[in-house]
Every structure is written in C-alpha cells, then in structure tokens.
Ligand binder design. Sequence first.
Ligand code: KIV
Length: 272
Amino acid sequence: MSTAKKEYKRITVKSLIEMKKNGEKIAMLTAYDYSMAKIVDHAGIDVILVGDSASNVMAGHETTLPITLDQMIYHASSVVRAIERCLVLVDLPFGTYQGNSRKALESAIKIMKESGAHAVKLEGGAEISESISRILTAGIPVMGHLGLTPQSIYKFGTYTVRAKEEEEAEKLKKDAKLLEELGCFGLVLEKVPAALAKEVAESISIPVIGIGAGNGVDGQVLVIHDMLGMTHEFNPRFLRRYLDLYTEMNSAFKQYIDDVKSRDFPSDKEQY
Ligand code: KIV
C-alpha cells in the first residue's frame, strides 16, 4: 500500500518542500552504484543520497574524510544513469568546500556537470555560510547537514549523540534558521535528541530529514548497507534493519562454494 499523498512522476526540490507542506514524510536512502540505485528508485524512494559514507561502506575507510571529489562523481554518475524518478543528492566531500567559497562553487559545479545529479549536500552551519551562498547563486540546490557531521569527527572525538547540552542545541537551532534563510531546500539532522529535531523541523519551512533524530522530522534517511543488514557489526539504536543480508549472502556464497567444489554446479541444464 502506498502512503504517498500525491503521485510525483519526478521528484524535484519543489516536490520535497511541497511534501513537507502536505505533511507527507520524505523517504531517503543512500546508494552508490547503478544496480542498487535502480532497485531503490523502482521501489519509489523520494531521494537517493550519494553520501560520502561511500568512503566507509564502499571503500572500507574508517572515516568519510579520504573520499575524493572524482570518486564521489564516479558513484553519483552511476546512480544517475539508473534512476527515472527520484532526486539524486550528492555529498560534497571533505576538503572541497570548507574555508574557500570559490573552491566550494567549483566543486559543486564539477559534481553537477560531470555526474548529472540534482543537488549537493554540505556539512556545517554559519562557518560554511559563504560557501553555501556562493553555490546557491549558481542555481545549484543545496541541502544542509547539522548535528553529527562525520567530516568533523576528529573535532568531536566520538560518534555519540550531538547537541544534548543547551549551548550546542542553541547553535544548532540558529544554524538551521540560517540555512533556511540562505536558501537551502532542506536539512539533514544526524544523531540529535528527538525533541530538539522536532522543534527545529517545526520552526522552519524547509524539510528536515533525520537519521537518529526521531519521528518528529519531515523524513528519514538511512545508509543502505545498514538497513539491509550488510554491515552487521554496526548496531546504533536508531537503525532499523529490513533484511539480514549479511547472513543471507554468506549462506548463498557458502552454498555456491560447496556446489562448485562438489561438481554440482553447473548441471547439465546449466551448460551449452
Ligand atoms: O554520507 C551519508 O551517508 C550521510 C547520511 C548519513 C546522512 O551523510
């Protein structure tokens, strides 16, 4: 059963803002390659985020810091080739926008030109406002990202819940307002208390998409490898697993190995 309030042939940034107005929740997942993006798009997802979490789940790095602009473009263009309906949002990777708005604009333009994606996402608030403004002046839609911002992991020291203290919560609220005023079309809130996330979502007109931010926001995002149960060693409280693919794939691979070694595969019917 579809719970969509309105059917969209193509999701745009305007559709997402309209969904918030209509009280329709926005469903977002990450994807990094053609085959996965095709399945996710056909299932009816609203937004595919080509997240810099590719650095972790695709490349095996401990953090999101090492992934490069060209690697993000490779992933994003593979996703864009697969989709027919959803909006494709791409993370600007670490080091391509902080502290230099001209470089930020060049990075965003390169992503848009070379991948064919529809929007970019940047982590941070007031400290990157110049970069956001400059990208927006080029007509490129920008989504913000506050709360736990993994590109700043060495500043935070841990991946624990952010903005539990008054001072950080106040800054986050101010930053969310600022992102709205600058012209961002949406905002990701990662790992913050649910009450704070709800307050932020109710105080701004642009959609707030949560990950570990409770149910009072305008939509949800999960990393696809986590929700499919491929990263079985990663168990944060906010994660709902929809499959146990690690176990399923492991037994399929074991079965294949057995079939090959026992000469069961290929059978007479599986050859020419
Ligand atoms: O890179 C990513 O996957 C993200 C999500 C966790 C929001 O930024």
